[in-house]
Design a protein around this ligand. Sequence first.
Ligand code: HEC
Length: 312
Amino acid sequence: MEVLEFWLTPPVMHALAVHAPLGLAFAGVPLIFISAAIARERATVRGLTVACYAALAGSAFLAKYTGERARSELSGALPGNVWDLVSQHEFFAEKVWIFALVTTALMALSLLRPRWVQSTAMTLAMIAGLATASWTAVAGHLGGALVYIHGVGVAHVVEPMQVGAASGVPAGTTDVLLPIREIEPAELASIEFARDIRPVLEEACIDCHNMDKARGGLDLETAPLVEAEGKKAGRAIIPGDPDASPFIKYIRGELKPQMPKGEKPISPDELHALRVWIKAGALEGPAPAASPPDTLSPPAPTVTVQPGSAPQ
Ligand code: HEC
């Protein structure tokens, strides 16, 4: 059972799924050129090439699917530059199936009757095949860099093999919480919801926590934020106590899964701003003025006492 569970973990499935598209994308190029060059058995070879690219489209789609699941398991403690590499890899990898599908369609057209359709489609298919191979190579290279240079996902392969080793450290405890720093009293007065907080929420949280899609039962868009409640952790924000607020605990990785789920963690400055804002009361409007405007009470007259003269 345990062996099966290991193979079914998203990172391992993704590792298995990515090699088929790589192989097919490179096998396809010679097939296209042979298809174009030969006269006998032309339809057979072209049919085979269509099948190759259709298989590539399917397997690239599977790799994309397993990749998305693998990403959602990545530790938020990965450094920012590694997350950037994850995004770049994803940008290329998630489009491989489209390239493959276009090439499949062009190769299928090259089987049609009118000669001019055949030859036009064949020429375009050669270009599409080369583009597919290059695009897939870049996606594969970025993915390879993640695994072999940065060790992303490797823990899943190494950890099960170390079960029984005398470490005694349960999996997951090696995760580092996002660091926090002291809040200065002066910061409490200068934090502004519209300027410092709303953009961070919109960028990092609202996609998954809104009225239509309230993941974890948490809607951070509609009601006042101090009232927002999740299914598991209850009220997310405790005004005045950022570090006891589930909102902050999920972002730091103290509660799992770390937020924003499966994405690059927010920056240390953004985390700090959120903590300052909660500490200052988690207000969504401008803070109430500390003292009423001066016009209501004229300043007390200043009395200067000079030696020798009586005060007025
Ligand atoms: C990609 C989608 C996604 C993004 C982006 C995201 N979340 Fe979540 N969030 C989830 C899911 C899914 C859950 C439920 C997780 C569970 O309990 O298994 C969740 C749960 C939570 C909970 C706990 C709710 C409860 O059960 O009480 C909090 C708090 C939370 N998210 C805060 C945030 C914050 C703050 C951000 C932005 C920094 C954020 N999330 C961004 C998907 C997301």
